[in-house]
Every structure is written in structure tokens, then in C-alpha cells.
Design a protein around this ligand. Structure first.
Ligand SMILES: C[S@@+](CC[C@H](N)C(=O)[O-])C[C@H]1O[C@@H](n2cnc3c(N)ncnc32)[C@H](O)[C@@H]1O
Length: 319
């Protein structure tokens, strides 16, 4: 009961029985009728404003986290082109079948098959709803000819078998969710099993002094702001907790949209684990820079580099 309706019920008792004349009762009834009408009108207006409020959803409520993630984090066309180039650099020919581990929405698989008539893709991810989103939004809109060259399967990358791929990849540092060496080596062994004899595995690696501590960066992407936040880094275990959030002009937010409980694997640890899993050799790539020190998008294999505040690069392993 609202405070206002309590007051209304008290009103006749306050005036007392002696004053209950016909005139008073009439006017009292009139007041009650008026107030009842007011109450009904108020209820109606409350209902209709509720309806209006229900209709007017916030930007965060209207947004699709997968679509925002793809816009903020991924550049599948560039990644697909880079993978093609890296394979060619090692094998001197074009790769056809790509296996995308931790494929999420399969946007890279879609970009891969788009990049060449002979290309096909096999994506693996644990999360059914994410795969379904990818099938609906990335695969279904393609022509039938392209779509039939993509297979997205629900499976665990530690065990999922598949066709022998020319190139396998684990991008956006997804393997960092495997936090102990045993799981990492088990994963690498499974990658190797599912590669063609001369197959190549490509992963990206994150590092630099700024990755080893709390940090955050924001990018206004027009319509929303993307935030990457590093909440915690433990130098003893390399436990690394991060989130991705999205902020909107109307003040609403999806925070966090995605959470990561990772181990920040270092380049030498990854190379050792790849060797233990049976890979015959590794290539530690580094992005070339122009005279001003800006990245050119071209990668080579230098003997020595200087550490930076923040960097990411490719690591290639030959089966
Ligand atoms: C950081 S997202 C990466 C998505 C996408 N590959 C990208 O480049 O942005 C990590 C994905 O890995 C999936 N994942 C985590 N552990 C997995 C496992 N053991 N096997 C298969 N997929 C896994 C999650 O469901 C999630 O979709």
C-alpha cells in the first residue's frame, strides 16, 4: 500500500461521526469519487509510462555483445590475409584448409573462405550459443557455395579431431585459458594430430611490460566505447584477469561483456611446450616498423628485439 492511499483511508475517521451529514457524506463521496478517479488516472498514467519505459530500451539492452566484440576486437580479413602469407612464407605455396581453434563466432573462418576459391575452414569451439550466433550471422548470409566450405563444430580443442589441415590457428590469445603446462601440451599435441604432414600452426602472443599489471585502454568506436581492462596480474603464476566492456552514449553499459581468466604464457614457454608436443621447429615473428617506428603490417623473424610496453606478434610452429 502506498503512503498516499493510507492517508485517504484515514480521512473519514479524522472528521468524526458527528459531522457525517448528508451534505458531508455527499461531498465526502464526491471527494472519494474524485480521488478514485485521480487514482485510476494516475494508475493509467503509471501504466502507460511503464509501457513507454518498457518500449524505450537502453542502448546496452539493444546491443548485441557478439557484434560489438567482432567490431572492437577482430579484423578477420586482415588475419586471414596474414595467415595465408605466413603459410606461404614457410611452405612456398598456398594453404587450402584452415582449422580455427577457439573459433567463437567463426568470423575468421568466414574471411578465410572468402579469400580464395580453393579454401575451406573447420572451426572448433565449446560454446554452442556462440557457434549458433556465428552460423546465423556470419555463415548464413554467405552464398551457398561459400557457406558449404565452412564447418563449425561444437567441441573441445584438447580432444576434437577433424580433417588434416594445412594451417591451424589459435588467435586472440585464446589458448591462454589453458592455465597449466600439461593442458597446453595436450592442446598442442591435438593440434599436431590434426595437421597435414607439412602443416603449420599459427598463434598470436601477447607481451610487454604493460601487460604485467593493472591497465586499461578505451577506444571510441562511434556509437559505443570499447574498454579492455587488465584487473590483475600475478608475477608468480602469470595469472592474468581481464575484461572487455562496452559503454554507450545514453550512459548504459555492458560491463563486463566478456571476462578472461588467463595465464599469460611467454614466448619461450610456448616454444618449449610446442617442442615437447612434437613440433619440429618454431618461428618467432615480429612486426617490421617504418622509419617513424610505426608497425607496417609485415612480419619477419629477427634474431633479437627490444621489449616494448605492449606488443603482440605471431608464433609459427611447423608440424
Ligand atoms: C577469446 S574467445 C576467441 C574468439 C575468436 N577466436 C577471436 O579470435 O576473437 C575464446 C573462445 O574460446 C572458446 N573456448 C574456450 N575454451 C575452449 C576449449 N577448451 N575448446 C574449444 N573452445 C574453447 C570459448 O567458448 C570462446 O568462444
Amino acid at each position: 500500500m502506498s503512503p498516499r492511499s493510507e492517508l485517504f483511508l484515514l480521512y473519514p475517521q479524522e472528521v468524526g461521526p458527528a459531522e457525517h451529514t448528508d451534505e458531508f457524506l455527499e461531498s465526502s463521496m464526491q471527494i472519494q469519487t474524485d480521488v478514485s478517479q485521480q487514482k485510476r488516472a494516475k494508475k493509467r498514467s503509471k501504466k502507460s509510462s511503464k509501457k513507454t519505459r518498457a518500449k524505450k530500451k537502453t542502448q546496452a539492452e539493444l546491443a548485441d555483445p557478439h557484434a560489438l566484440y567482432e567490431r572492437a576486437v577482430q579484423d578477420p580479413k586482415t588475419d586471414a590475409a596474414a595467415l595465408g602469407k605466413l603459410y606461404r612464407r614457410v611452405r612456398k605455396r598456398a594453404a587450402k584448409l584452415m582449422r580455427e581453434d577457439f573459433c567463437g563466432t567463426g568470423s575468421l573462418s568466414a574471411a578465410w573462405v572468402n579469400g580464395g576459391k580453393e579454401r575451406s575452414a573447420y572451426g572448433v569451439d565449446l560454446d554452442r550459443p556462440t557457434l549458433d550466433w556465428g552460423l546465423e550471422n556470419n555463415v548464413a548470409p554467405m552464398s551457398a557455395g561459400l557457406a558449404k566450405r565452412i564447418t563449425l563444430v561444437e567441441g573441445n580443442v584438447l580432444t576434437q579431431r577433424g580433417p588434416k589441415a594445412d594451417i591451424a590457428c589459435a588467435l586472440n590469445f585464446s589458448y591462454c585459458c589453458l592455465k597449466d603446462r600439461k593442458s597446453l601440451v595436450t592442446y598442442f599435441k591435438n593440434v599436431r594430430k590434426n595437421l597435414a604432414k607439412d602443416g603449420v600452426f599459427v598463434m598470436d602472443v601477447l607481451g610487454g611490460s604493460d601487460t604485467m599489471g593493472p591497465d586499461e585502454n578505451r577506444h571510441d568506436l562511434g556509437g559505443f566505447t570499447y574498454r579492455w581492462k587488465q584487473h590483475f596480474f600475478d608475477p608468480l603464476t602469470h595469472d592474468f584477469r581481464c575484461t572487455i566492456s562496452f559503454f554507450f552514449d545514453d550512459g548504459s553499459k555492458i560491463s563486463p561483456a566478456f571476462e578472461y581468466d588467463w595465464r599469460l604464457w611467454t614466448m619461450p614457454e610456448l616454444c618449449d611446450a610446442l617442442e615437447e608436443a612434437g613440433f619440429s621447429g618454431t618461428h618467432r615473428m615480429w612486426e617490421k616498423t617504418d622509419k617513424k617506428g610505426n608497425g607496417t603490417g609485415e612480419f619477419d623473424e629477427p634474431k633479437r628485439v627490444e621489449n616494448q610496453e605492449s606488443w603482440w606478434t605471431y608464433l609459427i610452429a611447423e608440424r
